[in-house]
Design a protein around this ligand. Sequence first.
Ligand code: SF4
Ligand code: SF4
Length: 423
Amino acid sequence: MQTRFTAAQLEEPAMRASEGILRNCVHCGFCTSTCPTYLLEGDELDSPRGRIYLIKDMLENGRPATADVVRHIDRCLSCLGCMTTCPSGVHYQHLVDHARVHIEATYRRPWADRWVRRGLAAVLPYPARFRWLLALARAVRPLAPILPARIAAALRLVPTGRAVRPADSDRVSDPPASTRPRIAMLTGCVQSVLGGAANAAARRLLERMGCDVVDVDGCCGALTHHLGLAKETHRFADRFVAAVAATGAPLEAIVVTASGCGTHLKDYGFAFRDETDFASAAARVSELTRDITELIAARGLPAVVNPGRLRVAYHSACSLQHGQRVHAAPRELLAAAGFTVVEIPEGHVCCGSAGTYNMLQPELSRRLAERKLAQIAKLDVDVIAAGNLGCMTQLATGAARPIVHTVELLDWATGGPKPPGLR
Ligand code: SF4
Ligand code: SF4
C-alpha cells in the first residue's frame, strides 16, 4: 500500500512503525474472511482491510478521530485473527494499538462511554476494588432485566461459582531449594480474583515439575492497553517490571495462565522499545514470558497418575492462537494426560470476550458468544477447556458443560485435585 506520510511525521517512532505496517498491506482482503466482525456485519469498514484504510487516512492526514472511525475501531476485538490469515505479514496488532492511543488523544467520547471506560480502568486492574464490584454486582443481578442494556450485559458475565485463591495448602513441595529452576508467575488482577483455581493448579504442577514458583502480583497493563490508555498502561508496566526485578535473579521464565496477559507481556519489548531507561528491562520480560502450556511442554509433563478419560472441547483463546501462536502445546499436553481432545468447528473465530469488549460492545459480543456456544453444543464432550479467563467467563454465560482452565485438567491428571463439576 502506498503511503504519503511527511518526513516530519515519520520522525515520530509510533508513526514510523505504523507506516511500515501499512506499506506491507497489499489490499488482497484475505483477512476479511476470518474477521469476526466482518462475519457478523458484512461491512467492509468492520473488516481488517477497511479498518486499515480508516487508520491510514486518520494518521496520514493527521486528523483527529471521527465518531465514524471510532465506531469501527471500537468494534474490533483485537482478536488478531486477521494476522494469522494475512499472507503479507501485516502487523495489525501494533497498528490498531496505535490507532486506539490516537483516538484517546484526539476524540472526546460521549459522556456515558467516557465514564464506563474510566470506571473499568479504575476498577478491573485492582483486585480489592474488583472484589467489591463483584459483590455489588452479585447483589443487584436480579435487577438486570430492568437495568440499561450495557449494565445488564455486564451482570450476565458475573460468575456465580468458583473464585479460589491459592492457599498455602496448595503447595506440594518443600520450601525452595536454591538449585531448582525459578519461575515467576503472574497472579494478575482479574485473574487473581476469578482465576485463582487456575493459578493454584499451575503452581502445583510447576512444583511437581521441580520448579520454585515466585508470585508477581498486580496488573500487567493489558486491560488499560486495550482501552487505549497509554499513560496508565505504562504505569502498570513500570510496576510489573519492578516486581519482576524484585523477585531476584535468576528466573527461568515468567509464566502466565491468562493468555490475554501473556500476549501483552510478550509485546512489552516492542511497546517500550524507544525508552532508553526501560527498553532492555521490558524486552527481558517479553523474552522470559511463557504461557503455562508452553512451559510445561518445554520442561515435560510430570508422570500421569490419573489419566483424564474425558472428552474435552478445547477452546483456543484468540490471544493464545493468534496473539502468541501457541497451537500444539495445549492439545498435545491434554492428549498426553489421557484426555480426548475435540476440536471446536470455527475454532479460529473469537468467542466475543476480548478483554473489556464484552462490556463495551455487548451486542456483538453476545452474538459471537452464541455462535461459539452453538458450535460447542454440536459436540459430544464432557468438559470445555480454555487457557484464558476471559473466554471461560464468556462461555460460562451459556455452556451446557463445565468450563475449566487447561492447566486444571493437567494438574488433576498428574496428581492434583479434580476440578469441581466434573464427572
Ligand atoms: S483483530 Fe479481529 S476483529 Fe479486529 S480486524 Fe482483526 S480479525 Fe477483525
Ligand atoms: S490479508 Fe493482509 S495484505 Fe491482505 S488486505 Fe488483509 S491485512 Fe492487507
